[in-house]
Design a protein around this ligand. Structure first.
Ligand code: 13P
Length: 341
């Protein structure tokens, strides 16, 4: 492992003004997204849609530091035969790859999940590196409901995340460590804080036990937010203040950067929260975005599967990428959204 080179990539992934495009929806998830816009999920449609994003020159070259790809996409070629990975590289962005293989029920823990995909991961990482991937992603899923998460679920998922991270670094690939506490329930922001604190503490403990140098990772956490079905939604300032406090408690300053998931927040909320955190300032790590839905909902709607809409979809993507790029520097203003509307 060359830690200096891993650290260089990690720093580039979280460079000020830029963040990560999570375009790594699994076949099941992209079908759900396409169903919502009335597009059939064929291999060609998935390619055309992702090609449209990666050919958004302004967004990709100015605001998107890296792209997380799904296995299918990393091997795909654009319509003119250029590998999609090349399009990303040509725009000055870094290709990355989702390497987990989804979740399975965790034995002995009803309603809880464990992320799988460690078997043969070392071999797969070698092939992905040859194909151009310089970072990877593994998502652990922790749900909040009465009686859960259990210690077993938190611990086993943290263990798997650290195993994955160690294998990535050995393959000279920066691991994005993503322990996602879902916002699906009716819990308060304080319950989300408490569970996320537990999850992050366990995750960093496992990273330590498994000898993962923190200078060579990027953390991808959820923010501290109330559950979607909660009676009391937290305001932007409260989310920002609590998330920063939580991260300061759990994340060592050796970590180059933290790139949040959007997790079901609205596009503008995800931007406003990131911006408010960066406005607080004085942070030991960079705070940026690694959004899936909050970057893609608008372009998906604008595109709706029609070639005539490609330019409009690219404009919608560029707008969200720019807004989040500003938020990563604490320079976003709500006026900028209205002007674009
Ligand atoms: P969302 O921003 O849509 O939560 O997706 C990010 C991601 O990569 C989840 O694993």
């Amino acid at each position: 492992m060359n830690l200096a080179d891993l650290n260089k990539i990690a720093n580039a992934m979280v460079a000020p003004g830029r963040g990560i495009l999570a375009a790594d929806e699994s076949s099941g998830t992209i079908k759900k997204r396409f169903d919502a816009i009335g597009v059939e999920s064929t291999e060609d449609n998935r390619r055309d849609y992702r090609e449209l994003l990666f050919r958004s020159q302004e967004a990709m070259s100015k605001y998107i530091s890296g792209v997380i790809l799904y296995d299918e996409t990393i091997w795909q070629k654009a319509k003119d035969g250029t590998p999609l990975v090349k399009l990303i590289e040509q725009a000055g962005s870094i290709p990355g790859i989702k390497v987990d293989e989804g979740t399975q029920p965790l034995p002995g823990c009803p309603n809880e999940l464990i992320t799988v995909g460690l078997d043969k991961l070392a071999e797969r990482l070698k092939k992905y590196y040859e194909q151009g991937a310089r970072f990877a992603k593994w998502r652990a899923v922790i749900d909040i409901a009465p009686g859960i998460p259990s210690y077993t679920a938190v611990r086993t998922n943290a263990h798997a995340l650290a195993r994955y991270a160690a294998l990535c670094q050995q393959a000279q690939i920066v691991p994005i460590v993503e322990p996602e506490v879902l916002m699906d329930g009716d819990h308060t922001i304080d319950r989300c804080y408490e569970v996320t604190e537990f999850v992050l503490k366990e995750t960093f403990q496992e990273l330590y036990y498994q000898k993962v140098p923190l200078e060579g990772i990027v953390l991808k956490p959820n923010m501290a937010v109330a559950g979607k079905k909660s009676a009391k939604k937290a305001g932007v300032e409260e989310v920002a203040e609590k998330t920063v406090r939580l991260l300061k408690t759990c994340v060592p300053g050796a970590v180059p950067g933290i790139a949040f998931l959007s997790g079901g927040q609205s596009d503008e909320e995800a931007t406003a929260h990131l911006d408010a955190m960066n406005k607080i300032g004085g942070l030991p790590w960079k705070l940026t975005f690694s959004y899936g839905r909050a970057l893609q909902a608008a372009p998906q709607k604008a595109w709706s599967g029609k070639a005539d809409n490609v330019a409009a979809a690219q404009r919608a993507f560029t707008h969200r990428a720019q807004m989040n790029g500003l938020a990563s520097k604490g320079e976003w203003k709500q006026d900028l959204e209205k002007k674009a509307a």
